[in-house]
Design a protein around this ligand. Structure first.
Ligand code: CO
Length: 134
């Protein structure tokens, strides 16, 4: 069971802007969360077709390959479908929009090496961070 503070940690918000940036370089969650909800807010003004952002999670060794597969998968979601390397993925949003993704971390490893990123073509280079389960 999560305490009040724990529940807040299990549900976290990250922002993306028109400068191709996330506002945090890492997200930490407790292994006791079970389910985690990540809410992504796009604080910019550009539309999803020009400055789309999403939140995609992979093991760090899969990060580059999945980012490239996402670009190849194309609009609107830029995520390879049915790809087991994708541990979680939100929809793509544009400026002023918000989306969230809820996923189970019980099959992920505490202390494992995970990376989140935006899979809109080219964004993963600047928009990425570490997802830490502790
Ligand atoms: Co983006």
């Amino acid at each position: 069971m999560c305490s009040t503070a724990g529940a807040q940690e299990c549900s976290q918000t990250i922002e993306g802007n028109d400068q191709i940036q996330f506002n945090v370089a890492e997200i930490r969650v407790s292994a006791s969360c079970g389910e985690v909800t990540i809410t992504l807010r796009h604080t910019g003004q550009l539309p999803a077709t020009a400055m789309g952002h999403n939140w995609v999670l992979t093991a760090t060794p899969d990060f580059n390959a999945v980012a490239q597969a996402g670009a190849s998968a194309g609009a609107p979601n830029y995520v390879p479908q049915g790809d087991a390397r994708v541990l979680a993925a939100s929809t793509i949003i544009g400026g002023g929009e918000e989306t969230s993704v809820t996923f189970d971390i019980s099959s992920l490893a505490a202390g494992g090496d995970y990376t989140y990123f935006c899979s809109f073509p080219g964004h993963y280079v600047l928009m990425n961070g570490k997802f830490i389960i502790e």
